[in-house]
Design a protein around this ligand. Structure first.
Ligand code: NAP
Length: 235
């Protein structure tokens, strides 16, 4: 039977790698994006799904996206934004935008995805947290706070939806070499690589493979977990 997934923010980085890895595992994957239309369409051409433009922070746009795609077996809430700087220098609008995308975006997608999953008593939601969601980082207070919210949201929703046969987990990547950390210097990246037990930065594919494992039947008794994918940065 066809298995249908939506990965938000799947035009690049971890979302793109996840959509492609799920497709290799037999999933039909819809590809959400906000700006990168051509890139998203190129991914969707390989995953059998639609490329759909929607700002996940916009509840109406998300509802319209779900009307197009219909019921899902798997939702991966991956779309996210980050900002670097002292908390006291942070523009309140930027603080708000981080919460709108990273937290409200996840809520907007879940509230559309869950009712059909409850109806069939099956389904799975995987959220993108971060090691900063549990440990925090200097100059990333707002981002860390949004990812802490992702962790708490995941655990609470897993308890709420478990009786309906729906699993909810999150992955907590460490430092993954994507556009999101393009602002780091080569020296910063080398230092971060050194601080992992495996002595390297992660790749988008490292995270994608962990997500496909969680999404598979092999993880059928796993819910409410924060699955670290950080090369042993946090041990
Ligand atoms: P990325 O390379 O910057 O890609 C971000 C993706 O999100 C793009 O596809 C972008 O679409 C999409 N996006 C951004 N805002 C959106 C919105 N409002 N609505 C819909 N889509 C939106 O990021 P990444 O490094 O792959 O990160 C993916 C997730 O992993 C994020 O949740 C991030 O917080 C988390 N994470 C990343 C790292 C890391 O080190 N990279 C570590 C821990 C956690 P467009 O291409 O259309 O702009």
């Amino acid at each position: 039977m066809e298995k249908i997934a939506l990965v938000t923010g799947a035009s690049r980085g971890i979302g793109k790698a996840t959509a492609l890895a799920l497709a290799r595992d037999g999933w039909t994957v819809h590809v959400n994006y906000i700006r990168s239309r051509e890139a998203a369409e190129a991914v969707a051409a390989q995953t059998g799904g639609m490329a759909i433009c929607a700002d996940v922070s916009d509840g109406q746009a998300v509802s319209a996206m779900f009307e197009k795609i219909g019921p899902l077996d798997l939702l991966v809430n991956n779309a996210g934004v980050a900002v670097y700087g002292l908390l006291t220098d942070l523009d309140p609008a930027v603080w708000q935008r981080l919460f709108d995308v990273n937290v409200t975006g996840m809520y907007n997608c879940c509230r559309c995805a869950i009712p059909p999953m409850v109806h069939v008593k099956a389904g799975h939601i995987i959220n993108l947290a971060s090691i900063l969601g549990t440990n925090g980082a200097s100059c990333e207070v707002a981002y860390s706070a949004t990812k802490g919210a992702v962790v708490a949201f995941t655990k609470a929703l897993a308890k709420e939806l478990g009786p309906s046969g729906i699993r909810v987990n999150c992955v907590a990547p460490g430092c993954i070499d994507t556009d999101m950390i393009a602002n780091l210097s080569p020296e910063d990246k080398a230092e971060l690589a050194d601080s992992t037990s495996l002595c390297r930065m992660g790749t988008a594919e490292d995270v994608a493979d962990a997500i496909t494992l969680l999404a598979s039947e092999r993880a059928r008794f796993v819910t409410g977990q924060v699955f670290g994918v950080d090369g042993g940065l946090l041990i």
